[in-house]
Design a protein around this ligand. Structure first.
Ligand code: PLP
Length: 369
C-alpha cells in the first residue's frame, strides 16, 4: 500500500465490488459502468478487478478520455462510450479500439462523413428524451441503423430506462414496460442482422424489469453497493464498497452562547465539546450538510455543527467523552453497529448517492483492499 496522509481518505473494497456484481448479475453478460472514475471508486482498479476475477469483458464510460485511460491501463474487451465524442476524435476511437454510441441521425451522418469505420452502438430514445433515434417509430430506427451498416462496424444498439428505479409505482412500471416494448420492436425488426449486443438494462432494470432481448446488463450504481433510489431494497449480499474517513485534528470545549464557524450559524445552548475534522467541501464533503449531516466515531453519531468550510468542519462530540485528537472518524461507512451510507447522506440534502460518491474529490486518496 502506498504512503498517504492520514488526513482524509477513501477505503475501497474491491472484493465488495466483485461480490456486488455477482449478486446483481441476471442477463447474459455484464457491462460494468465505470464512467466518472467508476463513480469515484477508481476506474482502472474497478475494471481490473472485474476483468481478472469475473472475466467481465464489457465496460462503459462517458467519454473518450475515460475510454483511453482504461485501454492504456490493460483493460481489454469492449469499451463503449455512452455519450458524445466529437467526430474529429474518431481516429482515436479506431486507434484505441473503442465503441462509440451513435446519438441520432444527424450525428450518424457527420460520423459517417469521417470515412472511419468505427465500432458503434446506436442509441434509441424510448422516452427519456436525452439521446437516441426516436423509437416512437421503430421502423425508422431500424431503417436508419441498416442504412449505416457500411459506414460503421455496428455491434449493437441500446436504450436507457429512466424510471426503472421505482418498481413500487404502477405508473413508473407502465412507462418502463412501454420503453421496453419499443426497444423490443427494434430488436425484432433487426433480428436478421444478429447484432451481438442489443441492451436496455441499467442497474434498476436489471433487478426489477428483466428483458431477455437485452444481451447485456449495464451495471453501475449497484456495483458500488448503492441504491438507484432510496426506497429500493438491494439483493442480499450487496454492500457499499467505499468508506470515507478522516481524523479529529483538535478538540475544544465551548460555553453556552458561543458560536461555531463561518456566519455563526450554530450557537451552543449548553457547554459543548467540539471536534474539528480536516475535511471540507474541497474534498467533496457537501456544504449543504452544514448543521444537518453527521459523522460516526466510537460506534456513535456526532452531528455537524456550523458550516462546512473548504478544508475543515466541526462536529459535536459532547456525547462521546472518549473522543480524542487523532481518532478515526467515519464520514461514510461503518462504526460499531452503526452504518451511514452515501444513500443516507444524499437523503439528508435531497440528492442521490451517485452524486455523493462522484463528488469525492481528487484530493482524497483512494486506498484499496
Ligand atoms: C450511467 C448509465 C448507466 C448506469 O446506470 P446505473 O443506474 O448506475 O446502473 C447505464 N446506462 C447508461 C446509458 C448510463 O448513462
Amino acid at each position: 500500500m502506498q504512503n498517504y496522509l492520514r488526513r482524509c481518505w477513501a477505503e475501497i473494497d474491491l472484493n465488495a465490488i466483485v461480490d456486488n456484481c455477482r449478486a446483481c448479475h441476471r442477463a447474459a453478460e455484464t457491462m460494468a459502468v465505470v464512467k466518472a472514475d467508476a463513480y469515484g471508486h477508481g476506474d482502472v482498479q474497478v475494471a481490473q478487478a472485474l476483468q481478472s476475477r469475473l472475466n467481465i469483458r464489457n465496460f462503459a464510460v462517458s467519454n473518450l478520455e475515460e475510454a483511453i485511460h482504461l485501454r492504456t491501463h490493460g483493460i481489454q474487451g469492449q469499451i463503449l462510450i455512452l455519450g458524445y465524442t466529437p467526430v474529429e476524435n474518431f481516429p482515436e476511437l479506431l486507434e484505441y479500439d473503442v465503441t462509440q454510441a451513435i446519438l441520432d441521425e444527424d450525428y450518424a451522418k457527420r460520423a459517417a462523413a469521417t470515412g472511419l469505420r468505427v465500432k458503434a452502438h446506436f442509441a434509441l430514445d424510448t422516452g427519456m428524451n436525452r439521446i437516441g433515434l426516436d423509437a416512437d417509430s421503430p421502423e425508422v430506427c431500424a431503417a436508419c441503423i441498416r442504412s449505416h451498416l457500411a459506414d460503421f462496424q455496428i455491434t449493437g444498439f441500446f436504450t436507457h430506462l429512466c424510471v426503472a428505479d421505482s418498481p413500487q409505482s404502477a405508473e413508473a412500471n407502465h412507462f418502463t414496460e412501454g420503453q421496453i416494448a419499443k426497444f423490443r420492436k427494434v430488436c425484432r425488426l433487426l433480428e436478421d442482422l444478429h447484432l451481438p449486443f442489443p441492451h436496455c438494462l441499467n442497474s434498476a432494470a436489471t433487478l426489477w424489469h428483466p428483458c431477455p432481448e437485452s444481451k447485456l446488463e449495464r451495471l453501475g450504481i449497484v456495483l458500488y453497493g448503492l441504491k438507484p433510489d432510496y426506497a429500493n431494497t438491494l439483493p442480499d449480499g450487496v454492500s457499499p464498497a467505499l468508506q470515507w474517513k478522516t481524523v479529529i485534528s483538535q478538540i475544544k470545549e465551548i460555553r453556552p452562547d458561543e458560536t461555531v464557524g463561518y456566519g455563526r450559524s450554530y450557537t451552543a445552548t449548553s457547554p459543548r465539546r467540539i471536534a474539528t475534522l480536516p475535511v471540507g467541501y474541497a474534498d467533496g464533503y457537501h456544504r449543504l450538510l452544514s448543521n444537518r449531516g453527521k459523522v460516526l466515531l466510537h460506534g456513535k453519531e456526532a452531528p455537524i455543527v456550523g458550516r462546512v468550510c473548504m478544508d475543515q468542519m466541526m462536529v459535536d462530540v459532547t456525547e462521546i467523552p472518549q473522543a480524542a485528537p487523532e481518532d478515526e472518524v467515519v464520514l461514510l461507512g461503518n462504526s460499531g453497529t452503526l452504518q451511514y451510507t452515501a444513500d443516507d447522506m444524499a437523503q439528508t440534502i435531497g440528492t442521490i448517492g451517485y452524486e455523493i460518491v462522484c463528488d469525492i474529490s481528487k484530493r482524497v486518496p483512494r486506498i484499496y483492499k
